[in-house]
Design a protein around this ligand. Structure first.
Ligand SMILES: [Zn+2]
Length: 482
Protein backbone atom coordinates (compact mmCIF):
# COMPACT_ATOMS: atom_id res chain seq x y z
CA UNK A 1 0.00 0.00 0.00
CA UNK A 2 1.13 3.55 -0.58
CA UNK A 3 0.83 6.28 1.98
CA UNK A 4 0.05 9.87 1.05
CA UNK A 5 2.81 12.39 1.49
CA UNK A 6 2.80 15.13 4.06
CA UNK A 7 2.47 18.66 2.87
CA UNK A 8 5.90 20.24 3.09
CA UNK A 9 6.10 22.85 5.80
CA UNK A 10 8.63 25.54 6.33
CA UNK A 11 11.39 23.76 8.17
CA UNK A 12 14.27 26.08 7.52
CA UNK A 13 12.62 29.06 9.12
CA UNK A 14 11.99 27.05 12.30
CA UNK A 15 15.51 25.77 12.63
CA UNK A 16 17.61 28.49 11.11
CA UNK A 17 21.25 28.08 10.38
CA UNK A 18 23.28 26.46 13.11
CA UNK A 19 26.81 27.69 13.54
CA UNK A 20 29.26 24.88 13.11
CA UNK A 21 31.79 25.11 15.89
CA UNK A 22 33.37 21.87 17.04
CA UNK A 23 32.40 21.11 20.63
CA UNK A 24 33.53 17.51 21.05
CA UNK A 25 36.35 15.36 19.78
CA UNK A 26 35.61 13.03 16.91
CA UNK A 27 38.05 10.83 15.10
CA UNK A 28 36.82 12.22 11.78
CA UNK A 29 37.60 15.81 10.81
CA UNK A 30 36.75 17.89 7.81
CA UNK A 31 39.93 19.33 6.30
CA UNK A 32 38.51 21.07 3.25
CA UNK A 33 35.08 22.31 2.27
CA UNK A 34 34.87 22.22 -1.51
CA UNK A 35 31.53 21.72 -3.21
CA UNK A 36 32.40 19.50 -6.19
CA UNK A 37 31.99 16.21 -4.35
CA UNK A 38 33.23 14.38 -1.27
CA UNK A 39 36.44 12.56 -0.46
CA UNK A 40 36.43 10.26 2.57
CA UNK A 41 39.77 8.99 3.87
CA UNK A 42 39.97 6.12 6.33
CA UNK A 43 39.59 2.37 6.66
CA UNK A 44 37.13 1.32 3.96
CA UNK A 45 35.08 -1.83 4.62
CA UNK A 46 34.50 -3.99 1.55
CA UNK A 47 33.37 -7.63 1.14
CA UNK A 48 36.92 -8.45 0.01
CA UNK A 49 38.40 -6.98 3.19
CA UNK A 50 39.24 -3.69 4.86
CA UNK A 51 41.32 -1.14 2.93
CA UNK A 52 43.58 0.71 5.38
CA UNK A 53 44.43 4.29 4.40
CA UNK A 54 41.69 3.98 1.81
CA UNK A 55 39.69 6.58 -0.05
CA UNK A 56 36.10 6.85 -1.21
CA UNK A 57 35.32 9.52 -3.81
CA UNK A 58 31.71 10.64 -4.22
CA UNK A 59 30.71 12.64 -7.27
CA UNK A 60 28.22 15.47 -7.47
CA UNK A 61 25.44 13.07 -8.51
CA UNK A 62 25.69 11.15 -5.24
CA UNK A 63 27.38 8.14 -6.84
CA UNK A 64 30.62 6.56 -5.74
CA UNK A 65 33.32 7.27 -8.31
CA UNK A 66 36.34 5.58 -6.84
CA UNK A 67 37.31 3.30 -3.94
CA UNK A 68 40.92 2.44 -3.29
CA UNK A 69 44.26 3.70 -2.00
CA UNK A 70 45.30 6.11 -4.72
CA UNK A 71 42.19 7.19 -6.53
CA UNK A 72 42.23 10.90 -5.92
CA UNK A 73 44.73 13.67 -5.48
CA UNK A 74 42.64 16.68 -6.53
CA UNK A 75 41.51 17.63 -3.06
CA UNK A 76 41.07 21.35 -3.76
CA UNK A 77 37.63 21.04 -5.31
CA UNK A 78 35.90 18.71 -2.90
CA UNK A 79 34.87 18.37 0.73
CA UNK A 80 37.51 16.23 2.40
CA UNK A 81 36.90 14.15 5.52
CA UNK A 82 39.94 12.71 7.23
CA UNK A 83 38.57 9.65 9.05
CA UNK A 84 41.90 7.84 9.51
CA UNK A 85 40.84 6.22 12.78
CA UNK A 86 37.31 5.36 11.69
CA UNK A 87 35.60 2.68 9.61
CA UNK A 88 33.83 3.72 6.41
CA UNK A 89 30.95 1.36 5.69
CA UNK A 90 28.00 1.14 3.36
CA UNK A 91 24.84 2.25 5.16
CA UNK A 92 23.10 -0.67 6.85
CA UNK A 93 20.13 -2.28 5.10
CA UNK A 94 17.32 -3.66 7.26
CA UNK A 95 15.63 -6.43 5.27
CA UNK A 96 12.75 -7.02 7.63
CA UNK A 97 10.66 -4.49 9.52
CA UNK A 98 6.99 -3.77 10.12
CA UNK A 99 7.58 -0.07 10.42
CA UNK A 100 3.89 0.80 10.80
CA UNK A 101 4.12 -0.67 14.31
CA UNK A 102 6.88 1.72 15.38
CA UNK A 103 4.54 3.18 18.02
CA UNK A 104 3.93 -0.18 19.74
CA UNK A 105 6.39 -0.56 22.62
CA UNK A 106 8.20 -3.85 23.22
CA UNK A 107 5.82 -6.51 24.59
CA UNK A 108 6.13 -7.39 28.24
CA UNK A 109 7.74 -10.82 28.68
CA UNK A 110 4.99 -12.96 30.22
CA UNK A 111 7.17 -16.05 30.11
CA UNK A 112 5.30 -17.77 27.29
CA UNK A 113 7.23 -19.14 24.31
CA UNK A 114 4.81 -20.19 21.58
CA UNK A 115 5.12 -22.75 18.77
CA UNK A 116 3.73 -20.79 15.82
CA UNK A 117 3.10 -17.14 15.06
CA UNK A 118 -0.67 -17.70 15.00
CA UNK A 119 -0.46 -18.74 18.66
CA UNK A 120 0.44 -15.20 19.82
CA UNK A 121 -1.34 -13.42 16.96
CA UNK A 122 -4.67 -15.14 17.51
CA UNK A 123 -4.39 -16.67 20.98
CA UNK A 124 -4.62 -20.20 19.58
CA UNK A 125 -3.99 -23.52 21.37
CA UNK A 126 -4.18 -22.11 24.87
CA UNK A 127 -1.60 -19.34 24.35
CA UNK A 128 -2.13 -15.69 25.22
CA UNK A 129 -3.14 -13.41 22.42
CA UNK A 130 -0.48 -10.68 22.27
CA UNK A 131 -1.66 -8.73 19.23
CA UNK A 132 -4.33 -6.71 20.97
CA UNK A 133 -3.68 -3.31 19.41
CA UNK A 134 -5.92 -1.84 16.78
CA UNK A 135 -4.19 -1.85 13.44
CA UNK A 136 -3.79 1.65 12.10
CA UNK A 137 -1.19 3.39 10.04
CA UNK A 138 0.02 6.81 11.17
CA UNK A 139 2.70 8.33 9.00
CA UNK A 140 4.10 10.38 11.88
CA UNK A 141 4.93 7.19 13.75
CA UNK A 142 6.47 5.62 10.66
CA UNK A 143 8.69 8.69 10.24
CA UNK A 144 9.67 8.43 13.88
CA UNK A 145 10.49 4.73 13.48
CA UNK A 146 12.56 5.45 10.38
CA UNK A 147 14.45 8.11 12.32
CA UNK A 148 15.30 5.56 15.04
CA UNK A 149 16.78 3.29 12.37
CA UNK A 150 18.51 6.10 10.49
CA UNK A 151 20.26 7.36 13.63
CA UNK A 152 21.48 3.77 14.11
CA UNK A 153 23.28 3.75 10.75
CA UNK A 154 20.50 2.20 8.64
CA UNK A 155 19.94 3.92 5.31
CA UNK A 156 17.52 1.41 3.72
CA UNK A 157 14.58 -0.63 5.00
CA UNK A 158 12.19 -3.24 3.67
CA UNK A 159 9.43 -2.33 6.09
CA UNK A 160 5.99 -3.06 4.67
CA UNK A 161 5.03 0.63 5.02
CA UNK A 162 6.91 3.85 4.45
CA UNK A 163 7.30 7.54 5.04
CA UNK A 164 8.92 9.69 2.35
CA UNK A 165 12.50 10.84 2.97
CA UNK A 166 14.70 9.55 5.83
CA UNK A 167 15.61 5.89 5.13
CA UNK A 168 15.14 4.46 1.67
CA UNK A 169 12.10 2.17 1.54
CA UNK A 170 13.15 -0.61 -0.80
CA UNK A 171 9.63 -2.05 -1.13
CA UNK A 172 7.99 1.18 -2.36
CA UNK A 173 8.65 3.02 -5.61
CA UNK A 174 7.82 6.30 -3.83
CA UNK A 175 10.24 5.45 -1.04
CA UNK A 176 13.37 4.58 -2.99
CA UNK A 177 14.77 8.15 -2.85
CA UNK A 178 17.31 9.72 -5.19
CA UNK A 179 19.67 7.34 -6.95
CA UNK A 180 17.49 4.23 -6.90
CA UNK A 181 14.80 3.25 -9.37
CA UNK A 182 12.24 0.45 -9.63
CA UNK A 183 11.84 -2.49 -9.56
CA UNK A 184 11.43 -2.68 -5.82
CA UNK A 185 11.47 -5.57 -3.39
CA UNK A 186 8.11 -7.15 -2.54
CA UNK A 187 7.49 -7.90 1.14
CA UNK A 188 4.77 -10.45 1.97
CA UNK A 189 3.69 -11.23 5.53
CA UNK A 190 1.16 -13.93 4.58
CA UNK A 191 2.24 -15.59 1.32
CA UNK A 192 -0.15 -18.50 2.02
CA UNK A 193 -3.05 -16.11 2.73
CA UNK A 194 -3.26 -17.46 6.26
CA UNK A 195 -3.64 -14.21 8.21
CA UNK A 196 -6.85 -15.54 9.78
CA UNK A 197 -4.76 -18.10 11.68
CA UNK A 198 -4.84 -21.17 9.43
CA UNK A 199 -2.63 -24.01 10.69
CA UNK A 200 -2.24 -27.06 8.42
CA UNK A 201 -0.29 -30.29 8.54
CA UNK A 202 -0.24 -32.80 5.71
CA UNK A 203 -1.96 -30.57 3.15
CA UNK A 204 -1.90 -27.03 1.78
CA UNK A 205 -5.46 -25.89 2.38
CA UNK A 206 -4.56 -22.30 3.23
CA UNK A 207 -6.36 -19.16 2.01
CA UNK A 208 -7.66 -18.61 -1.52
CA UNK A 209 -5.01 -16.03 -2.43
CA UNK A 210 -1.82 -17.95 -1.69
CA UNK A 211 1.08 -16.94 -3.93
CA UNK A 212 1.92 -18.85 -7.08
CA UNK A 213 5.29 -19.65 -8.58
CA UNK A 214 4.33 -17.60 -11.60
CA UNK A 215 3.65 -14.48 -9.51
CA UNK A 216 6.82 -14.88 -7.50
CA UNK A 217 9.09 -15.55 -10.46
CA UNK A 218 7.93 -12.30 -12.10
CA UNK A 219 9.18 -10.20 -9.17
CA UNK A 220 12.56 -8.52 -8.70
CA UNK A 221 12.75 -9.92 -5.17
CA UNK A 222 10.18 -11.62 -2.99
CA UNK A 223 10.75 -11.43 0.77
CA UNK A 224 8.18 -13.56 2.55
CA UNK A 225 7.44 -14.83 6.06
CA UNK A 226 7.55 -18.61 5.89
CA UNK A 227 7.69 -21.16 8.70
CA UNK A 228 7.64 -18.66 11.55
CA UNK A 229 7.33 -21.16 14.34
CA UNK A 230 8.96 -24.34 15.53
CA UNK A 231 6.30 -27.01 15.01
CA UNK A 232 4.98 -29.20 12.21
CA UNK A 233 2.44 -26.58 11.17
CA UNK A 234 5.28 -24.11 10.60
CA UNK A 235 7.35 -26.61 8.63
CA UNK A 236 4.25 -27.47 6.59
CA UNK A 237 4.25 -23.92 5.21
CA UNK A 238 7.67 -24.47 3.67
CA UNK A 239 6.62 -27.82 2.22
CA UNK A 240 3.64 -26.17 0.57
CA UNK A 241 5.94 -23.59 -0.99
CA UNK A 242 8.78 -25.88 -1.99
CA UNK A 243 7.39 -29.24 -3.12
CA UNK A 244 4.94 -29.26 -6.01
CA UNK A 245 3.99 -32.91 -5.51
CA UNK A 246 3.24 -32.54 -1.78
CA UNK A 247 -0.45 -31.63 -2.25
CA UNK A 248 -1.91 -32.09 -5.72
CA UNK A 249 -5.58 -31.78 -4.76
CA UNK A 250 -7.02 -28.33 -5.31
CA UNK A 251 -9.61 -26.79 -2.98
CA UNK A 252 -10.72 -24.53 -5.79
CA UNK A 253 -9.16 -23.01 -8.86
CA UNK A 254 -6.54 -21.03 -6.93
CA UNK A 255 -5.98 -22.68 -3.60
CA UNK A 256 -5.17 -25.91 -1.87
CA UNK A 257 -2.25 -27.13 -3.96
CA UNK A 258 1.41 -26.98 -3.08
CA UNK A 259 3.77 -25.02 -5.27
CA UNK A 260 7.50 -24.33 -5.52
CA UNK A 261 8.77 -20.82 -4.99
CA UNK A 262 12.33 -21.71 -3.93
CA UNK A 263 13.97 -19.41 -6.45
CA UNK A 264 17.06 -17.17 -6.48
CA UNK A 265 14.90 -14.02 -6.13
CA UNK A 266 13.17 -15.35 -2.99
CA UNK A 267 14.15 -14.77 0.63
CA UNK A 268 12.45 -16.63 3.47
CA UNK A 269 11.90 -14.47 6.53
CA UNK A 270 12.40 -16.37 9.84
CA UNK A 271 12.33 -19.89 8.27
CA UNK A 272 12.59 -21.13 11.83
CA UNK A 273 11.02 -24.56 11.25
CA UNK A 274 13.13 -25.51 8.26
CA UNK A 275 14.77 -28.92 8.55
CA UNK A 276 18.29 -29.72 7.44
CA UNK A 277 16.84 -31.08 4.20
CA UNK A 278 14.78 -27.93 3.68
CA UNK A 279 17.87 -25.79 4.15
CA UNK A 280 19.75 -27.91 1.61
CA UNK A 281 16.96 -27.14 -0.84
CA UNK A 282 17.18 -23.39 -0.10
CA UNK A 283 20.95 -23.55 -0.67
CA UNK A 284 20.82 -25.54 -3.88
CA UNK A 285 18.21 -23.23 -5.41
CA UNK A 286 20.07 -20.05 -4.44
CA UNK A 287 17.24 -18.73 -2.24
CA UNK A 288 18.11 -16.63 0.82
CA UNK A 289 17.18 -16.25 4.46
CA UNK A 290 16.31 -13.16 6.49
CA UNK A 291 17.27 -13.77 10.10
CA UNK A 292 15.64 -11.98 13.05
CA UNK A 293 17.14 -13.75 16.07
CA UNK A 294 15.82 -11.45 18.80
CA UNK A 295 12.22 -11.71 17.69
CA UNK A 296 12.56 -15.48 17.19
CA UNK A 297 13.99 -15.95 20.68
CA UNK A 298 11.56 -13.66 22.50
CA UNK A 299 8.51 -15.25 20.82
CA UNK A 300 9.54 -18.89 20.26
CA UNK A 301 12.49 -19.36 22.62
CA UNK A 302 14.88 -20.34 19.84
CA UNK A 303 16.37 -19.27 16.53
CA UNK A 304 18.14 -20.87 13.58
CA UNK A 305 21.44 -22.70 13.98
CA UNK A 306 22.98 -19.95 11.94
CA UNK A 307 26.39 -21.58 11.58
CA UNK A 308 24.97 -24.57 9.77
CA UNK A 309 22.84 -22.26 7.60
CA UNK A 310 25.96 -20.29 6.65
CA UNK A 311 27.99 -23.46 6.12
CA UNK A 312 25.51 -24.50 3.44
CA UNK A 313 26.41 -21.33 1.54
CA UNK A 314 23.02 -19.66 2.04
CA UNK A 315 23.04 -15.86 1.86
CA UNK A 316 21.73 -14.56 5.21
CA UNK A 317 20.66 -10.99 5.95
CA UNK A 318 19.46 -9.52 9.24
CA UNK A 319 16.13 -7.87 9.95
CA UNK A 320 14.83 -6.28 13.13
CA UNK A 321 11.26 -7.61 12.55
CA UNK A 322 9.50 -4.97 14.65
CA UNK A 323 9.64 -3.09 17.89
CA UNK A 324 7.10 -5.26 19.84
CA UNK A 325 9.28 -8.41 19.82
CA UNK A 326 12.47 -7.55 17.93
CA UNK A 327 15.37 -5.11 18.05
CA UNK A 328 15.01 -1.34 18.08
CA UNK A 329 17.90 -1.08 15.59
CA UNK A 330 20.08 -3.23 13.38
CA UNK A 331 22.92 -2.42 15.77
CA UNK A 332 20.97 -4.27 18.49
CA UNK A 333 20.01 -7.07 16.07
CA UNK A 334 23.72 -7.55 15.31
CA UNK A 335 24.41 -7.64 19.05
CA UNK A 336 21.80 -10.39 19.47
CA UNK A 337 23.12 -12.33 16.47
CA UNK A 338 26.65 -12.19 17.89
CA UNK A 339 25.44 -13.17 21.36
CA UNK A 340 23.38 -16.17 20.29
CA UNK A 341 26.12 -17.48 18.00
CA UNK A 342 28.91 -17.02 20.52
CA UNK A 343 27.23 -17.81 23.82
CA UNK A 344 24.43 -20.21 22.92
CA UNK A 345 25.68 -22.02 19.80
CA UNK A 346 29.32 -21.69 20.96
CA UNK A 347 30.27 -20.82 17.39
CA UNK A 348 31.19 -17.12 17.37
CA UNK A 349 30.52 -15.25 14.14
CA UNK A 350 33.35 -13.08 12.77
CA UNK A 351 32.51 -9.36 12.70
CA UNK A 352 32.82 -9.39 8.93
CA UNK A 353 30.12 -12.10 8.59
CA UNK A 354 27.76 -10.01 10.73
CA UNK A 355 28.62 -6.89 8.74
CA UNK A 356 27.83 -8.65 5.44
CA UNK A 357 24.39 -9.57 6.81
CA UNK A 358 23.48 -5.86 7.01
CA UNK A 359 25.25 -4.68 3.86
CA UNK A 360 25.98 -6.75 0.74
CA UNK A 361 23.84 -9.78 1.70
CA UNK A 362 20.94 -7.48 2.55
CA UNK A 363 21.27 -5.75 -0.82
CA UNK A 364 21.10 -9.16 -2.50
CA UNK A 365 17.91 -9.97 -0.58
CA UNK A 366 16.40 -6.72 -1.87
CA UNK A 367 17.59 -7.47 -5.40
CA UNK A 368 19.48 -4.19 -5.37
CA UNK A 369 23.10 -5.27 -5.03
CA UNK A 370 23.92 -3.47 -8.29
CA UNK A 371 23.18 -0.18 -6.52
CA UNK A 372 23.58 -0.44 -2.75
CA UNK A 373 25.20 -2.55 -0.04
CA UNK A 374 28.80 -2.11 -1.12
CA UNK A 375 31.27 0.72 -1.60
CA UNK A 376 32.34 0.44 -5.22
CA UNK A 377 32.28 2.71 -8.28
CA UNK A 378 28.83 3.33 -9.75
CA UNK A 379 26.90 2.49 -6.56
CA UNK A 380 24.93 5.12 -4.69
CA UNK A 381 26.87 6.80 -1.88
CA UNK A 382 24.88 5.49 1.11
CA UNK A 383 27.68 5.59 3.64
CA UNK A 384 28.04 5.45 7.42
CA UNK A 385 31.29 6.24 9.23
CA UNK A 386 31.80 4.57 12.63
CA UNK A 387 34.28 5.62 15.28
CA UNK A 388 35.66 3.14 17.76
CA UNK A 389 38.76 1.37 18.91
CA UNK A 390 38.29 -2.26 17.86
CA UNK A 391 41.37 -3.94 16.38
CA UNK A 392 39.13 -5.48 13.70
CA UNK A 393 37.76 -2.59 11.61
CA UNK A 394 34.60 -4.59 10.82
CA UNK A 395 33.90 -4.71 14.56
CA UNK A 396 33.81 -0.89 14.61
CA UNK A 397 30.66 -1.23 12.50
CA UNK A 398 29.20 -4.26 14.25
CA UNK A 399 29.94 -3.18 17.85
CA UNK A 400 28.54 0.28 17.27
CA UNK A 401 25.73 2.23 18.87
CA UNK A 402 24.13 5.52 17.90
CA UNK A 403 26.80 7.56 19.66
CA UNK A 404 29.60 6.05 17.56
CA UNK A 405 27.94 6.96 14.26
CA UNK A 406 30.00 9.90 13.02
CA UNK A 407 28.60 10.52 9.60
CA UNK A 408 25.59 9.37 7.58
CA UNK A 409 25.28 10.00 3.86
CA UNK A 410 22.34 8.95 1.71
CA UNK A 411 23.11 9.33 -1.98
CA UNK A 412 26.06 11.53 -1.05
CA UNK A 413 23.86 13.87 0.97
CA UNK A 414 24.94 14.50 4.57
CA UNK A 415 22.07 13.61 6.92
CA UNK A 416 24.04 13.38 10.17
CA UNK A 417 27.48 14.55 11.23
CA UNK A 418 29.15 14.38 14.62
CA UNK A 419 29.77 17.90 15.86
CA UNK A 420 33.42 17.10 16.43
CA UNK A 421 34.00 16.72 12.71
CA UNK A 422 34.36 20.47 12.45
CA UNK A 423 33.09 23.25 10.26
CA UNK A 424 30.98 21.75 7.50
CA UNK A 425 29.36 24.96 6.23
CA UNK A 426 25.99 23.22 6.20
CA UNK A 427 22.77 25.11 6.66
CA UNK A 428 19.50 23.95 8.22
CA UNK A 429 21.06 21.48 10.62
CA UNK A 430 19.98 20.91 14.18
CA UNK A 431 22.06 19.80 17.14
CA UNK A 432 20.92 16.69 18.97
CA UNK A 433 22.58 15.01 21.93
CA UNK A 434 23.12 11.30 21.33
CA UNK A 435 24.77 9.41 24.15
CA UNK A 436 26.60 12.49 25.36
CA UNK A 437 27.82 13.41 21.90
CA UNK A 438 26.52 16.35 19.95
CA UNK A 439 25.39 15.42 16.45
CA UNK A 440 24.12 17.66 13.69
CA UNK A 441 20.98 16.36 12.01
CA UNK A 442 20.53 17.84 8.57
CA UNK A 443 16.99 16.76 7.73
CA UNK A 444 15.35 19.96 6.55
CA UNK A 445 14.19 18.26 3.35
CA UNK A 446 13.18 15.09 5.19
CA UNK A 447 11.06 16.43 8.02
CA UNK A 448 8.49 19.21 8.19
CA UNK A 449 9.20 19.72 11.88
CA UNK A 450 12.42 20.29 13.85
CA UNK A 451 13.70 17.09 15.43
CA UNK A 452 13.56 18.54 18.93
CA UNK A 453 9.89 19.44 18.56
CA UNK A 454 9.16 16.06 16.98
CA UNK A 455 10.90 14.33 19.89
CA UNK A 456 8.93 16.18 22.54
CA UNK A 457 5.67 15.48 20.67
CA UNK A 458 6.44 11.77 20.57
CA UNK A 459 7.52 11.77 24.22
CA UNK A 460 4.26 13.40 25.23
CA UNK A 461 2.38 10.59 23.49
CA UNK A 462 4.55 7.94 25.14
CA UNK A 463 6.05 6.76 21.85
CA UNK A 464 9.31 4.79 21.99
CA UNK A 465 12.33 7.09 21.49
CA UNK A 466 14.33 7.49 18.28
CA UNK A 467 17.50 8.36 20.20
CA UNK A 468 18.63 5.14 21.85
CA UNK A 469 21.06 4.47 24.68
CA UNK A 470 23.56 1.62 24.12
CA UNK A 471 21.02 -0.72 25.78
CA UNK A 472 17.55 0.35 24.66
CA UNK A 473 14.70 0.33 27.19
CA UNK A 474 12.49 -2.78 27.55
CA UNK A 475 14.51 -4.66 24.96
CA UNK A 476 13.08 -8.15 24.28
CA UNK A 477 15.30 -11.02 25.41
CA UNK A 478 18.02 -12.61 23.28
CA UNK A 479 18.50 -15.62 25.57
CA UNK A 480 17.19 -18.85 24.02
CA UNK A 481 15.15 -21.12 26.28
CA UNK A 482 14.87 -24.09 23.94
ZN1 LIG B 1 7.73 -10.04 10.50
Amino acid sequence: MQIPRFPKAVFASLVGIVSMTATVDASCTVTRNGSGGILLKGTVLTPEGAINDGQVVIGGQGLIECVGRNCFDQEQAVRVFDCSDSAISPGFINTHEHIEFAHIAPLEDIGERVDHRHDWRQGLRGFTRRETWRYRIVERYIQWGELRHLLSGTTSIIGGSMAPGLTRNLDFVDGLEAGLTAPTAYADTFPLDDASGILREGDCNYGPSAVTRQEVSALNSFVAHVAEGIDGAAENEFRCLSDRSFDLSAENERSGRSTDIVLPNVSFVHALALTNRDLDLVASHGAKIVWSPRSNISLYGKTLDITSVLNKGIVVALGTDWLPSGSASLQREIACAAQVAGEHLKKPLPAKSLWKMVTINAAKVAGMDDNIGELSPGKVADIVVFSGAAPDPFAMATNSDQSTVELILRGGKILLADDGIGNLSLSDCERVDIGGRSKRLCLSEELDIPFSRFASEMKKRGIYPAVLPPLPASEPTCIPTR
